[in-house]
Design a protein around this ligand. Structure first.
Ligand SMILES: Nc1ncnc2c1ncn2[C@@H]1O[C@H](COP(=O)(O)OP(=O)(O)O)[C@@H](O)[C@H]1O
Ligand SMILES: [Mg+2]
Length: 423
């Protein structure tokens, strides 16, 4: 089977790495890919937004299955384009991907189907939104409706901050059309976790949970990033009782809701959850693999990923017995100095081979490329996801940091406490 993966981050490197281990897979292409992906697959220099070009490539190359990484491709309807062309592709069609691309749509879905989430109001009119902020309790959470590169959510401590947030999103239109509507919701207290489930429309397969570290600095300080590291499993937070509640209160009503609404969803559902004193509540739905969650989940997956993705498309997830490595995994993201603000590129990266010589260590590339002299150089904010398996969380963490110490590039920035909240 020939596979095309779409995307260029650490998530896509992990997908390619895992698919490469499948005896069903003969060849992998990745558009546009990165330097690490290029060592396992053939990089195809087509932008993610060029659906027609990607369809043409998949036809010409005889691609049997395409796997979509990023949310914006799904929101733009890449799955619909491929299916119209008679090509097999993993991911929800545009109508179902609205669960991620519109927070209003997702909130209405949750409210209709009794899925626990923060109480909220939705506004298309900034005057009404301002009025709502004046009569709410604080802190208050203001969210742009559409995709905003993870920057469209503002937690306001005071009515003044809330008014600023509504102004930024709806009047100044900092996120463009993503700010045509806002969701204003109750602030939830608790710890967050990431849940992944393959969904074939009839059945779902829940993965072990993971925990992300979104802020740039240790102790969850500083601005949010795309994710500075992950670990799995977060057993202290996601106890067997919580897992049971995720099945009963989130996944089962989600599956029933798809049916009632006539939404066809075949792909990966990744609810972001807040584990509150009252139990799990959904902060948002993502409709694709998480980044950097994928980097700790796939090393723990024992099944053949190609088989799982095909079973999802074919509605046969019930025929598969999931198998997970009991070891823990920790992924430490190494980023460019200055990230998530401005940073420079083109810094030479060394030591990856030494890091991967350590037992259980895999280094997933994100923003990397080769320069003209065949040096590996930095080419993005998040550069590498250094992932280690270990007998327990502590062992995985120690091994991941041992690996990080072997890797060097000028200005390298990383958190030193990935996994600490799970110990
Ligand atoms: N109701 C809420 N209460 C507390 N924190 C929240 C709430 N909603 C969102 N957050 C915080 O904001 C982050 C981003 O919100 P989310 O809905 O996941 O949007 P996105 O990932 O699209 O930016 C969450 O990971 C969480 O830390
Ligand atoms: Mg989120």
């Amino acid at each position: 089977m020939k596979i095309l993966v779409i995307g260029s981050g650490g998530r896509e490197h992990a997908l390619v790495w895992k698919l490469k281990q499948s005896p069903r897979v003969s060849e992998i292409f990745c558009a546009p890919g990165n330097a690490g992906i290029g060592m396992l697959a053939t990089n195809v220099p087509l932008p993610i937004s060029d659906h027609a070009g990607l369809v043409k490539f998949a036809r010409a190359e005889g691609i049997d299955l395409t796997v979509v990484g990023p949310d914006d491709a799904l929101a733009a309807g890449i799955v619909d384009h491929f299916e119209h062309a008679g090509l097999r592709i993993f991911g929800p069609a545009q109508a179902a991907a609205r669960l991620e691309s519109s927070k209003v749509f997702a909130k209405e879905f949750m409210q209709r189907h009794g899925i626990p989430t923060a109480a909220s109001g939705h506004f298309t009119d900034s005057t009404a939104a301002h009025r709502f902020c004046q009569t709410s309790r604080y802190p208050l959470v203001i969210k742009a409706d559409g995709l905003a590169l993870g920057k469209g959510v503002i937690i306001a401590q005071t009515p003044w901050e809330a008014a600023q947030a509504v102004h930024t999103i709806m009047e100044e239109r900092r996120f463009g059309a993503a700010g045509d509507r806002v969701v204003i919701e109750e602030f939830l207290t608790g710890q967050e976790c990431s849940v992944h489930a393959l969904v074939d429309g009839e059945h779902y397969m829940l993965f072990p949970a993971a925990q992300d570290h979104k802020q740039i600095f240790d102790g969850d300080q500083g601005p949010n990033t795309g994710g500075m590291g992950t670990f799995s499993p977060p057993d202290k937070l996601v106890t067997p009782e919580i897992v049971e509640r995720i099945h009963r209160e989130v996944m089962e009503p989600f599956m029933a809701g798809l049916k009632k609404d006539g939404l066809r969803f075949r792909g990966l559902l990744f609810p972001g959850l807040m584990i509150t004193a009252e139990g799990p509540k959904v902060l948002e739905f993502n409709c694709r693999f998480g980044d950097p969650e994928t980097q700790v989940l796939l090393p723990r997956l024992r099944n053949d990923l190609a088989e799982l993705l095909e079973a999802t498309i074919d509605g046969k997830l019930d025929t598969i017995q999931p198998a997970w490595d009991p070891r823990a995994a920790v992924c430490v993201v190494m980023a460019s100095g200055g990230y998530p603000g401005s940073y420079s590129k083109g810094k030479k990266i060394t030591g990856i081979e030494d890091a991967e010589a350590l037992e259980g260590v895999t280094v997933f590339h994100a923003g990397t490329q080769w320069d003209d002299e065949k040096n590996l150089i930095t080419a993005g904010g998040r550069v590498l996801g250094v992932t280690a398996l270990g007998a327990g969380l502590g062992a995985a963490q120690a091994r991941a940091y041992e690996a990080v110490e072997r890797i060097h590039f000028e200005g390298a920035t990383f958190r030193r406490d990935i996994g600490a909240k799970g110990l």
